[in-house]
Design a binder for this molecule. Structure first.
Ligand code: PEP
Length: 245
């Protein structure tokens, strides 16, 4: 099994001065069994990658095309050129704010793979979908459309992020997390074979914090976390990294 992954999503937070958080994380990352990753806003990627040492750096999205007339967008190749090795794709905020669909995410994932990046493909249900007992149907559909063929344990990470848990302080029960992660694992094994299906890391994301990280880390098929708010401060994220590792 690959190392667990502690991934921080800074979203639209952080300035150049906040690169110091990376320096504060260095010792924790060096002594951890986890791969630590920070995904800052795109303009910070290059500077962060210069000083990140053992900490991997990633983007928060990329365009599906290699280049062209797409004002304001960033290609996967440029992310890689700037030092990124991962990219988050299909985050629910991108789906909501930019209308990204599963088909778009599939195309972006192919672009990410073309640039040698590991794609962290985010999937998750809304509160209404959970209340209607549709969670597994939604997750299954997102997984099959968003993830292209030819996935491997190297090029793909799946992040289960219930939309209603992101930034809310709410989390599913440990049983609910386990149910979804087991389901994702089974689907990956069915589609890509047992070897690949077992080697793809499945992250939990949604209000993970220093207090709940250890319990979530113990759930079956949780191979790490995708952490938003609690990744902004090195002190908090370090506790989560230790809990995951
Ligand atoms: C996220 O944005 O991916 C996330 C999980 O956010 P938070 O940890 O703040 O809920």
């Amino acid at each position: 099994m690959r190392k667990k992954l502690a991934a921080g999503n800074w979203k639209m937070n952080g300035l150049l001065e906040n690169l110091s958080e990376i320096k504060s994380l260095a010792a924790t990352a060096q002594n951890s069994n986890c791969q630590v990753l920070i995904c800052p806003p795109a303009p910070l990627i290059h500077a962060m990658a210069q000083i990140s040492g053992d900490i991997a750096v990633g983007g928060q999205t990329c365009h599906a095309n290699e280049s062209g007339a797409h004002t304001g967008d960033t290609s996967a190749n440029l992310l890689a050129d700037c030092g990124a090795t991962y990219v988050i794709l299909g985050h629910s905020e991108r789906r909501a704010d930019h209308g990204e669909t599963d088909t778009d995410i599939r195309a972006k994932t192919k672009a990410a793979w073309g640039a040698g990046l590991t794609a962290i493909v985010c999937i998750g249900e809304s509160l209404a979908e959970r209340k209607a007992s549709n969670t597994l149907d939604i997750i299954g559909g997102q997984l099959s459309t968003s993830v292209p063929d030819n996935a491997t344990g190297e090029n793909l990470v799946v992040a289960y992020e219930p939309i209603w848990a992101i930034g809310t302080g709410l989390t599913p029960t440990l049983d609910q997390i386990g149910e979804v992660h087991d389901f994702i694992r089974a689907r990956l094994e069915r589609r890509f074979g047992q070897g690949v299906g077992r080697s793809v890391r499945i992250l939990y994301g949604g209000s993970m914090n220093p207090k709940n990280a250890a319990d979530i880390a113990d759930v079956s098929n949780v191979d790490g976390g995708l952490v938003g708010g609690a990744s902004l401060k090195a002190a908090d994220f370090s506790i989560i990294i230790k809990a995951l590792g």
